[in-house]
Design a protein around this ligand. Structure first.
Ligand SMILES: [Zn+2]
Length: 326
């Protein structure tokens, strides 16, 4: 293809501070060639909207200069403004095919997902607390119906999109993609890597209701990130990450250490995921139930894949035991 002028790329972060542990919600305006892409779209709130508009204005643009929205994953703090933007200025939205039922809030999919958690929490010994969580999920399927992404979503199925290599980095979310710019040595990585906190591998079903090995996926994604030439990772939260290799190592080491701690607890006689969660997370167990159970179940699956634990179903609840030949 004839390409006479050098395509200068400019990345303009939109960083919206938040009170909680995430520090900030980040999304990115990327100028490349004739395009002005928005990578991720913050929360659906005034702070994110105002930040987007004022950042565009500061650079002499307005909403109508945006040419497309590209999503790293379907979580609400990454897709919030999509409907509002597209309503005013209809541009294409790109996302992983795996994002689709989640973005569209496909009722059959959401009900399958709810059944998945109902069975999971029961089998992990969560009893009443698990049932309450599922009731809450059931309610939120109804309440959040109107948050479905209305725009037509273009599925990203090619290995390249615009000037980015498309990399599949599941783990934190099953649909998580990263956008790699080879010349700039930069990576838009969603929540794969966050400078100030370790990102969660959230337990999720695949499209057929089978539990995904989310922590193993997250570990693989981090390791694959090591093979890229990277100067900067544009993270979904907190600071931009320069020279990320040390942080990647720290996160990978952290996961191994945590797994070892859970293995020790199992060796000391704790057998169910729910007991592990209550013992390890104490006061945080209740308010952070879903996150906490994700973390424990992720590590149990991880230990099982590594051949360090095995499980037995007793009266409908999985009990985990350390394998002798560990
Ligand atoms: Zn996320």
């Amino acid at each position: 293809m004839l390409n006479l002028h050098v395509h200068y790329e400019k990345v303009i972060p939109v960083i919206v501070p938040v009170e909680d542990g995430l520090k900030s919600i980040n999304f990115y305006i990327v100028k490349h060639g004739q395009s002005l892409s928005l990578i991720d779209a913050g929360m659906n709130n005034k702070a994110c909207w105002d930040a987007l508009i004022s950042t565009l204005q500061k650079h002499g643009w307005s909403l109508t200069n945006l040419t497309e929205i590209i999503l790293t994953h379907h979580h609400i703090d990454h897709i919030g403004l999509v409907n509002a933007i597209v309503a005013k200025h209809p541009i294409p939205v790109y996302a992983s095919p795996i994002s689709l039922p989640r973005l569209k809030r496909d009722q059959a999919f959401l009900e399958m997902r709810m059944e998945f958690y109902a069975k999971l929490y029961e089998e992990m010994g969560c009893g009443e607390v698990g049932k309450q969580r599922v009731a809450f999920l059931r309610k939120s399927i109804e309440e959040n119906r109107n948050q479905a992404i209305e725009a037509a979503v273009h599925e990203i199925t090619e290995k390249r999109l615009f000037q980015f290599d498309i990399l599949e980095y599941p783990g934190h979310a099953p649909d998580q993609l990263a956008f790699y710019h080879r010349q700039q040595k930069s990576l838009f990585a969603g929540d794969l890597l966050i400078q100030h906190i370790s990102s969660n591998a959230l337990v999720e079903p695949d499209d057929f209701g089978n539990r995904l090995p989310t922590l193993s996926q997250h570990v693989q994604s981090l390791k694959r990130c090591n093979d890229l030439k990277l100067e900067v990772v544009y993270s979904g939260h907190g600071e931009l990450i320069h020279q990320p290799y040390e942080l990647i190592k720290k996160r990978l080491d952290g996961i191994e250490e945590k797994s070892e701690r859970f293995l020790n607890m199992i060796q000391s006689g704790i057998t169910t995921a729910n007991e592990l969660a209550q013992t390890y997370y104490k006061k945080r167990y209740s308010p952070l139930f879903q996150l906490v159970m994700s973390e424990i179940i992720g590590h149990l699956d991880y230990l099982e894949v590594k051949g360090k634990v095995e499980k037995v179903l007793v009266q409908g609840v999985w009990h985990y035991y350390a394998k002798q030949n560990k």
